[in-house]
Design a protein around this ligand. Structure first.
Ligand SMILES: CC(C)(COP(=O)(O)OP(=O)(O)OC[C@H]1O[C@@H](n2cnc3c(N)ncnc32)[C@H](O)[C@@H]1OP(=O)(O)O)[C@@H](O)C(=O)NCCC(=O)NCCS
Length: 235
């Protein structure tokens, strides 16, 4: 008699600040998911700017997705979200967005916004779960095919009601997200979370199972923040 097959394990997904060393893998996913991918240089510049939150999701040693946000006054602009096509549909983007919203809240966001291709129903459904609603369109926003962008906003994100929405999304996940936060230290590897340059504590002790201490916060108010280097939000 053969043993019944064990159910496949849900892989542990670690979400942490994006560091320079992650950029080659990030750019490789970019190339597979966007018609006009951002360059490594553009990501590097973003990591150096204040009022940014850039995160990666990793399974084992591999980067499988990433997300970014920049602050303009108290508006958090989601600039990018992408997941390796090989692992799409497994809640990696949901995990990234939960942490990205937390990063935005720590940067002082009162509301969040993004642009999404009119045809990108999957992303729109994802954002809808996070309370984003369509608020208008930008005609022919995307230069590659002239497609319209739908502008979406999530209002009142710094409220108990919104916190409950986030908690409910987290409860729906099949396993907790492991969050690696980076605190100032003496290691040479630096990254940026919320505009503060931080050294990565890559030791296992910095990993905590959710619920965990918040990601390090940085200064609010990215007055110099404009849309990312190439003059557009990509989301
Ligand atoms: C959009 C994207 C980031 C979603 O990543 P993902 O990890 O697959 O998303 P998740 O597994 O967390 O799924 C979140 C929601 O997306 C939708 N979704 C995910 N996979 C889907 C699929 N195969 N078909 C339809 N909807 C799907 C669902 O609404 C899902 O929520 P649900 O599982 O509760 O129904 C990913 O498809 C991607 O990288 N696309 C290319 C880049 C892109 O379009 N980025 C967004 C720019 S605005």
């Amino acid at each position: 008699m053969t043993e019944p097959e064990a159910p496949p394990e849900d892989p542990t997904v670690v979400v942490s600040p994006m560091l320079r060393r992650h950029i080659p893998e990030v750019v490789a996913i970019e190339a597979r998911t966007y018609p006009r991918p951002w360059s490594a240089k553009l990501f590097e510049e973003e990591l150096d700017r204040r009022g940014r939150c850039y995160l990666v999701a990793r399974v084992g040693a591999d980067v499988v997705g990433y997300a970014g946000l920049l602050m303009i006054a108290d508006d958090g602009h989601v600039s990018t979200v992408a997941v390796d096509p090989d692992v799409q549909g497994r809640k990696v983007a949901t995990r990234l967005l939960v942490e990205l919203v937390r990063g935005a809240l720590e940067l002082g966001a009162g509301q969040l916004t993004l642009e999404v291709r009119a045809s990108n129903r999957r992303a729109q459904a994802l954002y809808g779960r996070f309370g984003f609603v369509p608020a208008g369109a930008r005609k022919a926003y995307y230069g590659d095919n002239g497609e319209d962008a739908i502008v979406m906003w999530a209002h009142d994100v710094a409220t108990d009601e919104y916190a409950e929405r986030l908690a409910s999304i987290e409860r729906s996940l099949p396993s907790p997200t492991v969050r690696h936060a980076f605190t100032p230290g003496a290691t040479p590897e630096t990254g940026t979370v919320g505009g503060r340059t931080l050294a990565a504590q890559v030791a296992g002790r910095s990993a905590r199972l959710h619920p965990a201490a918040p990601m390090p916060t940085g200064a609010t108010g990215a007055s110099s923040a404009q849309s990312s280097g190439n003059g557009r939000m990509k989301s």
